[in-house]
Write a protein that binds this ligand. Structure first.
Ligand SMILES: *Cc1c(COP(=O)(O)O)cnc(C)c1O
Length: 387
């Protein structure tokens, strides 16, 4: 049996994989087992922020790997503190809890919102509001948070205490708050899996005001939008809001598993010894990589991400076969006349790896992609869209 057949034999069938076996790469170029090269516009779903086998990241990770790979959280180690310090200093937040994935980061945020209310003497305020069409993860609790029914159907009963606000509908949000049982709101500034849909800034502002009035926590899911992806370190920094908690994962690790729940002043002391934990959370090797990632995301670098995003946006806006361009920075969605899946297939055959998100083509190139590859990829996409 070849590898793809063995995979189907032994790997649980949860993924509809593309018919490609990737074996190596460098930067924004990945190679398959036939030696064919592709421009990588998926980055392992916004994970490899500086591309494949990036020298600085590899060196940070391997040097920690050769020093101390794991200790458990019963001991102090330096790399996780270095990551947490940078996250707090660059966002005005106060504390960080580390897990290993986006779902875990969101689980932590949800626990914080519930305990914040219990600590305040309001255990009846336990409902977490999220937005319709959102995506927050695959654990039973983050599935409950995810505002898409088709993920729920076969896994009942889910964790209770979640309601979904219609997107950009402040009246609906006020109506749900009026029940007096809301612990917090969890929201993506741009729905990623939901189709690269940017939230109305006035809606985000409105939610933040509702949270303030009702002493509920505003929690922003930056798992996909975070770590430079949208042209600022976190997407909320481009909106007129300051979350009480934000979560991130994907790009922060650069290719190793990490999740971070970043906690502002209001809830900084909610989690106490024994309230939460993770064996691998804050692992030194993963965190050494994350330090190298954050240190390279300077203001100049983030400006270059915005520029590259603008370059793509202007290439696609009004182009034949493209009806709408959504997203921010280097997180871009294209509403195409042709079926998005067909475009992804055609581009892959021409040497460009893309993703879809709902009915859109989704572009998530490495943040340091050379402009020459950006232009080449844009040409391939434009050609596929107009057919
Ligand atoms: C990917 C994603 C998650 C889940 O992250 P995992 O690491 O797969 O658990 C949660 N929220 C958003 C917005 C995501 O894009």
């Amino acid at each position: 049996m070849n590898l793809q057949e063995l995979d189907r034999e032994f790997i649980a069938g949860t993924y509809a994989r593309f018919p490609v076996t990737l074996v190596s790469g460098k930067g924004s170029i990945v190679k398959d087992d036939t030696g064919k090269e592709y421009i990588d516009f998926g980055c392992g779903i916004a994970v490899t922020a500086f591309g494949i086998a990036d020298d600085e990241w590899v060196s940070a990770v391997t040097s920690q790997l050769n020093t101390l790979q794991h200790t458990s959280n019963l001991y102090y180690t330096s790399p996780c503190v270095e990551v947490a310090k940078r996250l707090c200093e660059r966002t005005g937040m106060k504390k960080v809890f580390f897990g290993n994935s986006g779902a875990e980061a969101n689980e932590c945020a949800i626990k914080i919102a519930r305990k914040y209310q219990s600590d305040a003497g309001h255990p009846e305020k336990h409902v977490i509001l999220t937005i319709e069409n959102s995506f927050h993860g695959r654990t039973l609790t983050t599935l409950a948070a995810t505002g898409q029914e088709h993920y729920h159907e076969l896994f009942q009963p889910l964790t209770p205490g979640f309601s979904h606000i219609r997107r950009n509908d402040m009246d609906h949000a006020r109506q749900l708050f009026s029940n007096g049982n809301v612990a917090g709101v969890l929201v993506e500034c741009i729905q990623g899996e939901g189709g690269v849909i940017t939230m109305d800034p006035a809606f985000l502002k409105g939610l933040s005001e509702l949270c303030l009035e009702n002493d509920a926590l505003l929690m922003v899911d930056e798992v996909q939008t975070g770590n430079g992806r949208t042209g600022t370190l976190y997407a909320w920094q481009q909106f007129d809001i300051v979350p009480d908690v934000f979560t991130t994962a994907k790009g922060l690790g650069g290719g190793l598993p990490i999740g971070a729940c970043v906690i502002g002043q209001k809830a900084e002391n909610v989690l106490k010894a024994g309230d939460h934990g993770s064996t691998f959370g804050g692992n030194p090797v993963v965190c050494a990589g994350a330090v190298s990632i954050l240190d390279r995301m300077t203001e100049d670098f983030l400006a270059s991400v915005r520029e590259k995003g603008e370059f793509l946006r202007s290439a696609f806006t009004g182009a034949p076969g493209i009806e709408d361009v959504s997203g921010m920075g280097l997180m871009i969605g294209l509403k195409t006349v042709r079926n998005a899946g067909e475009i992804v297939t055609e581009c892959r055959e021409k040497g460009l790896l893309l993703l879809t998100a709902k009915d859109r083509v989704r572009l998530l190139p490495a943040l340091n992609i050379p402009t020459e590859l950006l232009s080449r990829a844009a040409e391939i996409i434009l050609e596929a869209c107009k057919n």
